[in-house]
Design a protein around this ligand. Structure first.
Ligand SMILES: Cc1cc2nc3c(=O)[nH]c(=O)nc-3n(C[C@H](O)[C@H](O)[C@H](O)COP(=O)(O)OP(=O)(O)OC[C@H]3O[C@@H](n4cnc5c(N)ncnc54)[C@H](O)[C@@H]3O)c2cc1C
Length: 499
């Protein structure tokens, strides 16, 4: 592999791709991302890792620490996957931090049961148990080996409880900070991270064992041989509309992308030719988002105040449903996949001031008016329809019958929309991450359609299928990427030693 310089990348026109999109998300500094990368003459590694996200970098570091020689191939000019968008919650149990804070009302068994419940008992039980059993160790590895700092735990309702360990982003997203720390740890170990190097094909021998990766580099196609194996850590397919349509239906393809525009389904494209068993392909995590500015309005939607109206001025969703359900429903019940959270100035609303601050800070349009007529004008909602909807809602509350509305409002304590000024916060339904991909076992080996493992092929993080179904306990995705990325590392080093 030759030398990749900032200049050659700029010449190829690739360095600028996506710069704007990830600007606010705490991506690694350009100095970290664009340092000259040398791989030397060797083209054979113990492990070839596709994708410099959480799973890929954790794997590379573990390969190195187990005595192996890894290489990370990253198609963009810097880590550009979902990890840098992540808030930075890591869901684990049995940690030192929990002990220090006197949190002792949880167990691995309870964690396992809750994960299975959230997945409607359809998450792979073995992967789920492995996660629950190894979560504390992964957390301590992040702290002790990688130097990740975590904030004080704040207890939350079911199913998070005292399990959410939030990374201190120090001004950027927790996920962005995690990637910075992982990159720094990789750099300190001399691990090559090759940017603008896109895996386009898996190499196999005559037994169809995976022996390496063919990648497109600025100099052209190059082969990277892997003695121990290849880890697919390229994220999911949330930004690939064709795959979303194929596996979930057109409505899902209309969701806004909450995360990276560069997680485009290479987990499927690379592994399908080897007959990898693709599982949970119609499953994903959704959430509300303002697509243009990446403001996350979940807090105001969860606050329990106000109503959700379409561009036509009709209520379209039960305001009591979860933010995930709201996001997943919106593209089905509106043509535009867009609605407004309409709030009044009820002084009890705990999220109103914070949301005004957030939209303002991130330069994301929201609307404030002294009357509903004025609000309608600002938002382009037909005034007559908006006023009628608000009146119907307030009347239903007076008659104690909000559940009779269509759609029903089943908030335990609904509040009338009656105190000026009125606010309208626009949002769209969005996709956070896809859950589907090649099925893995607890050794992170990819399983084929005949339930056999594909020798030399591993997957982890959003690239892998099996762990999540329906929903996930916040923080389990970064946790899963770390746990199974490192498992794959140990397997690949062991396999390489035997080769
Ligand atoms: C808004 C948002 C908030 C979130 N918050 C949390 C949270 O708080 N806690 C949590 O647990 N999870 C959270 N998540 C989910 C979490 O970010 C992901 O699960 C996690 O980042 C997955 O990591 P990964 O390593 O699998 O993939 P990614 O971080 O997506 O990285 C994949 C990498 O592979 C590269 N790549 C893709 N194809 C190729 C190819 N062919 N060749 C080379 N490179 C390639 C991409 O460019 C990218 O850099 C959040 C997600 C979003 C969108």
């Amino acid at each position: 592999m030759g030398t990749l310089t900032r200049r050659s990348l700029l010449k190829s026109g690739l360095a600028a791709v996506g710069a704007g999109t990830v600007a606010m998300m705490g991506r690694p500094s350009s100095a970290e991302a664009a340092t000259t990368q040398k791989v030397g003459k060797a083209q054979t590694f113990d492990a070839v890792i596709v994708g410099a996200g959480c799973a890929g970098l954790a794997c590379a570091i573990e390969v190195h620490d187990q005595g192996g020689k890894p290489v990370v191939l990253e198609k963009m000019g810097r880590p550009s996957g979902n990890a840098i968008f992540a808030l930075g919650s890591v869901c684990v149990t049995g940690t030192r931090l929990q002990k220090e804070q006197g949190i002792d009302d949880d167990s691995v068994e309870q964690f396992y049961q809750d994960m299975m419940k959230v997945s409607l008992q359809r998450g792979d039980p073995e992967l789920t148990r492995f996660y629950a059993e190894n979560s504390a160790e992964a957390f301590h590895w992040l702290v002790d080996k990688i130097g990740v700092k975590f904030k004080k735990i704040i207890k939350a309702p079911y199913p998070r409880f005292g399990r959410i360990h939030r990374i201190d982003g120090e001004g950027i997203t927790g996920g962005g900070m995690l990637i910075r720390k992982l990159l720094a740890a990789a750099k300190a170990r001399g691990i090559p991270v090759l940017y603008h190097t896109k895996a386009v094909e898996l190499l196999t021998n005559l037994k169809m064992e995976v022996t390496g990766v063919r990648a497109l580099t600025p100099e052209g196609l190059k082969d990277f041989n892997a003695k121990g194996g290849v880890l697919i850590a390229s994220g999911g397919f949330s930004a690939n509309r064709e795959m979303l349509t194929m596996y979930m239906g057109g409505w899902a393809a209309n969701l806004a992308t909450r995360g990276s525009p560069y997680v485009t389904g290479e987990n499927i494209a690379l592994t399908k030719p080897l007959y990898a068993q693709l599982v949970h392909m119609d499953q994903f995590h959704g959430g509300p988002i303002v697509a243009a500015t990446h403001v996350n309005p979940a807090d105001i939607l969860n606050a329990g105040y106000g109503i959700i109206v379409s561009m036509q001025g009709q209520r379209v969703i039960d305001e009591a449903s979860t933010y995930v359900a709201k996001a997943k429903t919106l593209p089905r019940v509106t043509k535009e996949n867009r609605a407004f959270q309409i709030c009044d100035s009820n002084s009890k609303n705990p999220q109103l001031a914070g949301m005004i601050k957030k939209y303002t800070h991130l330069n994301s349009p929201f609307y404030q008016a002294e009357t509903l007529e004025e609000l309608a004008k600002l938002t382009d909602i037909p005034a007559e329809a908006l006023i009628k909807t608000v009146n119907e809602y307030n009347d239903a509350l007076k008659n104690n019958a909000p559940a009779q509305l269509n759609p029903p409002n089943t908030l335990k304590t609904p509040y009338a929309v009656e105190t000026a000024p009125y606010y309208a916060f626009p949002f769209e339904g969005g996709m956070t991450a896809t859950f589907g991909g090649p099925k893995i076992n607890v050794r992170a080996e990819v399983v084929n359609t005949e339930q056999q493992t594909i020798p030399g092929l591993y997957a982890a993080g959003n690239a892998a299928g099996g762990l999540f179904y329906n929903d996930y306990i916040g923080g389990c995705q970064l946790g899963g990427a770390t746990i199974f990325g490192r498992v794959a590392a140990k397997e690949m080093v062991a396999r390489s030693k035997k080769a």
